[in-house]
Ligand binder design. Structure first.
Ligand SMILES: [Zn+2]
Ligand SMILES: [Zn+2]
Length: 330
């Protein structure tokens, strides 16, 4: 099969992935073999190909927002031809202290799709059967792909931030994940304030009904109940914190941050303000989010790329030049 392979993680390379012919994955017990129909491109893929996350598997095939059709390993619940989604959380051990507490997102021995096992930048992919999500019929392959990480983890961020119906919520950065959370927030009658770099990201936020849109250097005109940061930048975390009311929460939706600058505790954190990180996802996050996405008719903005242009998709994501999400159609 054709696949995009990461040979050497390297910062600033223009050709991170090589398109090669490799053997099709062999079916293993408890797994499904999927024909990949689409695979979303995520900022985490950039952190992997640039080596900001340490390499875990040689000659890795990245990609962890896989829409696939079952071609082998089918069961009565997951029959041949069924369309399923595969996300970042590809498996857990099920018996570590975190799994036993129902916190499988924090599992001590997790499997991450497209990082500790091969992912979906390929014509076929293998996935643990108990970690796939059946996909709503209402979403075609291309539009379902970005829901599987950007969407699910964006949704988890809302939960981690403790968003209540009617809250004033700030989104700092407006990429794939933020543009999916705004529709969920509107369905909860929240007002959404978006601070982001890039004129076209600001236009997209305004067109999706944000109550206020500003640049990354501006502060929303009201005190926020909750804020979610999406940019891999600690400066953004501090400006989100500066926008919060007492008792408010900042949730950081980023697997990697450059650093967090020193900030004034008395002014920014005192008053029971909180900073929390958002780590991975659980299967129930996936189930609940996909149900909500189907109920509210969520339709992401997605730009598609063929597999042999995967490097271009990564480069555009890096320069913030994709409005909405990007996905590979192999
Ligand atoms: Zn575990
Ligand atoms: Zn992701």
């Amino acid at each position: 099969m054709k696949a995009a392979i990461l040979v050497t993680p390297q910062k600033g390379s223009a050709q991170h992935l090589l398109i090669q012919e490799v053997p099709k994955p062999e079916l293993k017990p408890g797994h499904l073999l999927l024909r990949v129909l689409a695979c979303g491109v995520c900022r985490t893929d950039l952190h992997i190909v640039e080596g900001e996350l340490p390499p875990r598997l040689p000659n890795l095939i990245p990609g962890h927002q896989i829409v696939g059709e079952i071609v082998a390993g089918a069961t009565s619940d997951l029959p041949l031809g069924k369309r399923v989604g595969v996300s970042w959380l590809g498996g857990v051990d099920g018996d570590c202290p975190y799994c036993r507490r129902g916190l499988e997102n924090l599992c001590d021995s997790p499997t991450f799709t497209g990082y500790t096992v091969h992912g979906g930048y390929a014509e076929y992919a293998l996935a643990r059967a108990d970690f796939v999500s059946p996909l709503p019929e209402s979403l075609d392959d291309l539009h379902a792909a970005p829901l599987l990480c950007a969407g699910i983890i964006g949704f988890r961020s809302l939960r981690v931030a403790g968003v209540q119906p009617g809250d004033r919520v700030g989104l700092f950065g407006f990429g794939a994940s933020a543009h999916l959370t705004i529709a969920v927030l509107h369905s909860w009658n929240c007002k959404v304030y978006v601070a982001t770099r890039g004129e076209s990201h600001r236009r997209l936020a305004a067109s999706l009904g944000a109550a206020w849109v500003g640049s990354e250097k501006e502060t929303p005109p009201v005190e926020l109940d909750r804020a979610i940061t999406f940019a891999p930048s600690g400066d953004v975390v501090v400006s989100a914190l500066a926008s919060l009311r007492k008792g408010g929460v900042v949730a950081i939706n980023a697997i990697h941050l450059d650093r967090i600058p020193e900030f004034d505790y008395d002014r920014l954190l005192w008053g029971e303000r909180q900073i929390r990180s958002v780590a991975n996802m659980t299967r129930s996050d996936a189930r609940e989010f996909l149900q909500i996405a189907s109920d509210i008719g969520l339709r992401p903005q997605v730009r598609s790329f063929p597999l042999n242009r995967v490097n271009e998709a990564l480069a555009l994501l890096k320069s913030d030049s994709v409005d909405g999400a990007a996905a590979i159609i192999p």
